[in-house]
Design a protein around this ligand. Sequence first.
Ligand SMILES: [Zn+2]
Length: 309
Amino acid sequence: MALTASFEGIALQDLTQVRRIDPMLRQIVEAVSEGRVRAHLEALIRPRDPYAGYTSMEAAADFIAETLRRCSLHLVEERFRCEGRWYRNVIASQPGSCRDGQVLIVAHYDTVPNSPGADDNASGVAGLLEVAGVLARYRFKHDLVFIAFALEEYGNPGSLYYVERAKACDAAIRGVFDLEMIGYLGQTQAVPPGIQAPAVGDFIGVVGNRRSEELVSLFKETAAMVVPSLPVQALVVEGNGENLPLVRQSDHTPFWEAGYPAVMITDTAFLRNPHYHLPSDTLDTLNLPFLRQVTAATAASAALLAGFA
Ligand SMILES: [Zn+2]
C-alpha cells in the first residue's frame, strides 16, 4: 500500500520495470503528476476559437506563457497575421550544453468554434506544460523547445510560420513530438482500411513518416520501458502521408514537409472519440491516468533525445 501511495498514478508492474532503468529517467517518469495535468486542463478547457472564443483563446495563450515562464524557461511569443488579425505561437526554450540541435515538444491550443476542446487539444497542451515543468529541473546536451501553436484547426498557419522561419535559419531539429489529442480511451476504435490496429481504443498512437522512423521507435521503446502498461501502436507512413490524409491533420505536417523528423502522438481523434469537435468534448470524458502515462512516455522520450548533460 505504501508503495502505491508514494507513486501516485503508476501501476505496480510499471514500477518494477522503472526500478531497473536509468535513475534520472525514473525520477522524470515518477515526477509527472496527474494532479498538475488536471489543473492545467481546468485552466484551459473552454472554446478557444478565433471567433466567439477569441478572448478565451488569448487567455489560454497567457496561461500557457505564464506557466512556462514559471518553469524558468526562456519565453518568446511569435506573432503572425492571419486574415487581418494577429495570433501568437508561445515558445519556451531551455538551452542545452552543446547548442547543436533542438528537441521540440509541440501542441496546438486553439479549438473549433463551440467546442471546449478538452481532448482536442487541451490534453496535448496540458501534457506539454507538464513535460516542460518536469524536464526544466534537468540539464541536457541539446536544446529543449516547447511550442504551443495557434490556429491548427484553421490550416495550421501557426506551425507553418514557425517551420518557415526554422528552415530559413537552417535550424538543426533532432526531432519533434506533436501532442495531438492524448486523453481519450474508448471501447471501440475505428481503423482505416489497410492499417493494422486493435478494435479497442485503449492505446496511444505514434505516427511518423520514413524520415521519422527512429523517432517512432524511440517513443515506442521508451514507453515500453517506463510505462509498460501503456499500449502503443506505431504507424510509419510513406512519403509525407499523402495516401492517408488523416495522418497529416496536425502541426507535425509542416515539419515533415520541411524534411525534419517529427511524430504525432495521438489517441486517433475522431477514429475513437465521439465528442470530437463537439460541445461534449469535456474534461469528464478524459481518462487522466492514461493522459499521465502518455505525458510520462513523452517526457522520457524527449529526455533521451535531448541527452542528459
Ligand atoms: Zn487538434
